[in-house]
Ligand binder design. Structure first.
Ligand code: PMT
Length: 400
């Protein structure tokens, strides 16, 4: 994926600048041509000579000291780059870009570039959580060619532990490789995805919920959007965020989810129900907070609509309907029964009793079962990777 690509690495002044050396080295080992721009502050942490030796190219660090033979260096570098990676990205560079400031080699080059730009911020936790920094980051996230590689949580150079850590260089390379190798096979497709758990109110302060984090559905939505689909994501309450290209509709209850799903259904080519929808809701929601009284307390539950079953009953020819099955036993048997009863084209069965699969985990282990009775074992992997495999299988099904 990286072979022959021109990658421009922007290095800013933070302690993680030394880790950018590993990033540059990996990029080169994988066959990329790497140009480096360092900010003035970055040169206080690592010398330009280090990056020059690692990349085999001269390193730019000033508007006024020419290191290349090009006439206008920042324009030439901006035009040449297939992708720009800023790692580490400081609060300063993020603030500059968000404010439209171009006053040094790196910021002027970014201003002149139309290439995809990836930022890997790394800094002290309070700086990272600072609302001004978060506001600036969000501003960039909403601009189409900007991509944020979120900082991780852990021990920081300042002695604190928290969010703000520079991601593992191997993870940064993986994200970039994935982006460069991204298929655009879903252009022109409308995809409707549900994610997260529904909440069924008991009274104004209490609800019945489940452990779904939304990670599986959000991973599918992001992957589908990256591959060019127009994605609508109908989601239960989660703390996750999505790219601005995805239409996000947040709901609370199963009935609200059903309302929006039905609204979007006719225009959707592919529908994927990854949400954990409550099968029951409270028959009469109390208007006021229920006060503690007797030792025992009974709630009367009534059945919620089965959203997927209703969709299966009215599916149009050509539409692909995919469900998930969360099971703790008889995985294949129960999932196959749901596939048939709900008239699905495919069902993703996850054994949610496993600790690294199903609810609220970054990984999943599933079986992909199709209406022609094929069962494929998909081993433990990140939900983000699994999302790509599920969409590949749907594509094969659509084209067959
Ligand atoms: O969100 P995460 O933390 O990443 O966890 C992911 C997940 C475990 C929630 C996901 O992988 C998953 O399995 N989602 C489906 C959970 C579920 O409700 O399974 P089910 O077997 O009860 O339902 C079968 C299918 O019918 C599902 O596609 C569900 O969305 C749908 N359904 C269920 C009940 C209902 N009333 N209406 C529905 O449409």
């Amino acid at each position: 994926m990286l072979k022959g690509k021109n990658i421009l690495l922007g290095v800013c002044g933070g302690i993680a600048a030394y880790k950018a050396v590993e990033v540059a080295s990996s990029l080169r080992k994988k066959g990329a041509h790497v140009d480096v721009i360092m900010t003035d502050a970055a040169t206080k942490f690592v010398t330009p000579l280090t990056f020059q030796e690692i990349t085999g190219n001269p390193v730019s660090f000033s508007m006024w000291e020419k290191v290349h033979t090009w006439n206008v260096e920042h324009i030439a570098l901006a035009k040449k780059a297939d992708l720009i990676l800023i790692a580490p990205a400081t609060a300063n560079i993020v603030g500059k870009i968000a404010s439209g400031i171009a006053d040094d080699m790196l910021s002027t080059t970014l201003m002149a570039s139309t290439a995809p730009i990836f930022l890997a911020p790394a800094m002290n936790t309070n700086m990272y959580n600072n609302p001004i920094f978060q506001h600036n980051l969000k501003l960039l996230q909403d601009i189409a060619h900007y991509n944020i590689i979120p900082a991780t949580t852990g021990h920081l150079a300042c002695g604190n532990a928290g969010i703000g850590r520079f991601p593992d260089p191997a993870d940064i390379i993986e994200i970039i490789e994935k982006f460069l190798g991204q298929k655009k096979d879903l252009i022109g497709k409308n995809i409707l995805i549900t994610a997260g758990g529904t909440r069924e109110p008991i009274d104004p302060v209490r609800y019945i919920g489940n452990r779904s984090s939304g990670k599986m559905g959000y991973a599918l939505a992001e992957e589908a959007a990256r591959r060019g689909a127009k994605v609508t994501l109908i989601s239960g309450q989660t703390s996750l965020t999505v790219s601005s290209s995805i239409e996000l509709i947040k709901i609370e209850t199963a009935k609200q989810m059903q309302q929006y799903v039905e609204e979007k259904f006719t225009d959707s080519d592919i529908i994927i129900m990854a949400a954990a929808v409550a099968d029951y809701c409270v028959s009469k929601v109390a208007e006021q907070k229920i006060k503690k009284a007797a030792n025992n307390f009974t709630i009367n539950l009534v059945k919620n609509p089965d959203i997927l079953l209703n969709l299966g009953n009215k599916k149009n020819p050509g539409q692909i309907l995919v469900g998930f099955a969360a099971e703790t036993q008889n995985l294949i048997e129960y999932a196959q029964e749901k596939l048939k009863r709900k008239n699905l084209d495919m069902i993703i069965a996850n054994d949610v009793s496993k600790s690294n699969a199903g609810f609220n985990s970054d990984t999943n282990i599933v079986k992909i079962i199709t209406k022609n009775k094929s069962v494929e074992d998909i081993p433990l992997m990140k939900k983000t990777t699994l999302a790509g495999i599920i969409l590949d299988k749907i594509q094969v099904m659509e084209n067959s």
